[in-house]
Write a protein that binds this ligand. Structure first.
Ligand SMILES: C[S@@+](CC[C@H](N)C(=O)[O-])C[C@H]1O[C@@H](n2cnc3c(N)ncnc32)[C@H](O)[C@@H]1O
Length: 324
């Protein structure tokens, strides 16, 4: 029998679990993680041998391969069918079973005979493209719903709890394709933000909503939302300026009307292309972001949350992290 290698990720994962103590898969994964962050000399001999034979590092295992533990059954089956680990992981990160099914459609279309053999050329790349498109949120949120009489988007009738992401550093797929220039927030990040702030539902105000990705994701997780933007990109997004939100009071907006405020302004390069005060560089950008936050912060109820999503600015060889 040939030793499992990174080219056979599921077999490698199972063989490593087999080399450590534990009553079940979660317990073995915990043992493996504990061992891998410790000195190599403390690893059981069988584990050391298998890792050496596979030629992989402990970091590859803890940051990558062990995530198989959290794979949904369809992502695991895709891995077993020969989909590369990175692609199967991307599929696994999609926000719904429907989105995962759509991304895996080329694999599902293989007939019985073709399964178990090498995947046809180009199939993994097709699944990868589909899952990136799903992650960009183009289709997975479904048709745009409409606001109620109060200007708010109601929560969906059937909701699921938002999935958290572990730790303080979250990895996610950036948007690709035509929507990338709109700088949408990854759906997985929206979900994790909700899990960290209002996991059992509540009310959210998104003042830089664009096409309304945040409100649409929030809806699926039992959150009522109000969305506004200077240039609304969906029927349920109202035209509003974050800098003067509580002065203008568009329909639906009042002081202390939300448990969570999200401000997701344009990145510096996008802002600098259109802002009249772009000559002021990073400092003017910081002022613009400050004005958006200050103008809308009053919607947050006592004990609520305000989240600003921003990136460090790279300008003329320097990196400014003040905005983030
Ligand atoms: C990064 S995009 C938001 C993307 C959105 N959160 C999503 O996930 O699809 C930034 C948005 O901020 C809007 N914007 C810029 N200045 C604004 C202001 N003063 N008030 C409201 N919206 C503003 C832009 O029109 C743009 O749609």
């Amino acid at each position: 029998m040939t030793a499992p290698t990174p080219r056979r990720p599921l077999a490698l994962y199972l063989s490593l679990l087999d080399a450590v103590p534990g009553a079940d898969e979660p317990a073995r994964v915990r043992s493996l993680r504990r061992l891998l962050v410790g000195p190599r000399e403390a690893w059981p001999a069988a584990l050391r041998e298998r890792i050496d034979a596979a030629g992989v590092s402990a970091g590859y295992l803890t940051r990558g391969l062990l995530s198989i533990h959290r794979f949904t059954p369809e992502a695991r089956a895709a891995l077993e069918a020969g989909l590369p680990f990175a692609v199967a992981r991307r599929v696994n990160g999609l926000p719904s079973a429907a989105a995962r099914r759509r991304a895996l459609a080329p694999l599902a279309a293989l007939d019985g005979e073709a399964r178990g053999r090498m995947l046809p050329r180009g199939l993994a790349a097709r699944v990868d493209r589909l899952s990136r498109a799903e992650a960009a949120g183009a289709e997975s949120v479904g048709p745009a719903p409409t606001v109620d009489a109060s200007g708010w988007l109601p929560a969906a009738e059937t909701v699921t709890p938002p999935r958290a992401m572990r730790g303080d550093v979250w990895a996610f797929e950036p948007a690709v394709g035509p929507r990338a220039r709109e700088e949408p927030l990854a759906e997985r990040v929206v979900e994790a933000l909700l899990a960290r702030t209002i996991p059992s539902g509540g009310e959210l105000v998104d003042v830089t909503a664009g096409r309304g990705t945040i409100g649409l994701v929030a809806r699926r997780h039992g959150v009522r939302s109000w969305s506004g933007d200077l240039f609304p990109g969906a029927p349920f997004v109202q035209r509003a300026d974050a800098r003067t939100l509580l002065v203008d009071r568009p329909p639906g907006i009042a002081p202390a009307c939300a448990d969570l405020l999200v401000v997701h302004p344009p990145t510096f390069p996008t802002w600098a292309r259109g802002a009249p005060d772009a000559d002021g560089g990073v400092e003017a950008y910081q002022d613009a972001l400050g004005a958006m936050l200050a103008g809308s912060l009053g919607v947050v109820r006592p004990g609520g949350f305000a989240v600003m999503v921003s990136r460090p600015v790279r300008e003329r060889g320097a990196v400014s992290v003040a905005v983030s």
